[in-house]
Ligand binder design. Structure first.
Ligand SMILES: CC(C)(COP(=O)(O)OP(=O)(O)OC[C@H]1O[C@@H](n2cnc3c(N)ncnc32)[C@H](O)[C@@H]1OP(=O)(O)O)[C@@H](O)C(=O)NCCC(=O)NCCS
Length: 168
């Protein structure tokens, strides 16, 4: 697996992965708006070119892509924020249904934690749908729920160093 930084030109591939992964992983939480590839490609292009416009964002935006045999198998996106008293927000983390459960998501999360630690960030928040069964990924990696829709890691250097068991 190879990790690389996304550029705005990757927006279309990110959105294709997002839509396919939502439809296969959480179909019960996927609606027509989630499937609007043009809307989301514009949104992701702007995120990567101009930065996040999310509430309390500090106006930057990054994504790390995971590729295997030249194919995109996952990505994680983040920006700096002051939401929930954290230094950064994990905007999204997705791994294709076929590649899930093999450590790709853990590798992406640890890389985000390492990048943020290196720039002096100490904490990371993440928002999610409380019905999403995949939210256990965050708890497994030590995020603490601050309410039913948000969790926070308060020690990013520890997250970047931690080793976690994953299914083979
Ligand atoms: C969440 C996600 C990014 C994790 O990436 P991954 O490569 O599958 O994760 P890893 O192999 O590194 O780690 C495995 C962990 O992921 C989570 N996970 C993987 N497959 C899962 C599934 N089918 N159901 C629930 N959680 C799952 C679990 O926490 C699992 O560890 P556990 O079984 O010990 O609890 C990925 O599974 C995904 O894209 N899910 C769907 C998209 C999504 O809902 N993303 C937002 C999460 S709220």
């Amino acid at each position: 697996m190879r990790l690389r930084d996304a550029t705005p030109a990757d927006a279309g591939a990110i959105v294709a992965l997002l839509i396919a992964t939502k439809e296969s992983s959480v179909p019960e939480l996927t609606d027509d708006h989630d499937r609007d590839a043009r809307f989301w490609t514009d949104r992701w292009h702007r995120y990567l070119a101009e930065g996040s416009r999310a509430e309390m964002s500090r106006g930057d935006g990054f994504a790390i892509l995971a590729e295997a045999d030249g194919r995109l198998v996952g990505f994680a996106a983040y920006h700096h924020t002051s939401r929930h008293g954290a230094d950064a927000e994990l905007e999204s983390i997705y791994v294709t249904k076929e590649a899930q459960g093999r450590g790709v998501g853990t590798g992406l999360l640890r890389t985000v934690a390492a990048r943020l630690s290196a720039d002096g960030s100490a904490s990371l928040c993440v928002g999610y749908d409380s019905r999403n069964p995949y939210k256990r990924f965050y708890a497994k990696h030590g995020a603490v729920e601050v309410n039913p829709h948000w969790a926070v890691w308060r020690d990013l250097p520890a997250l970047s160093r931690a080793a976690y068991p994953t299914r083979s």
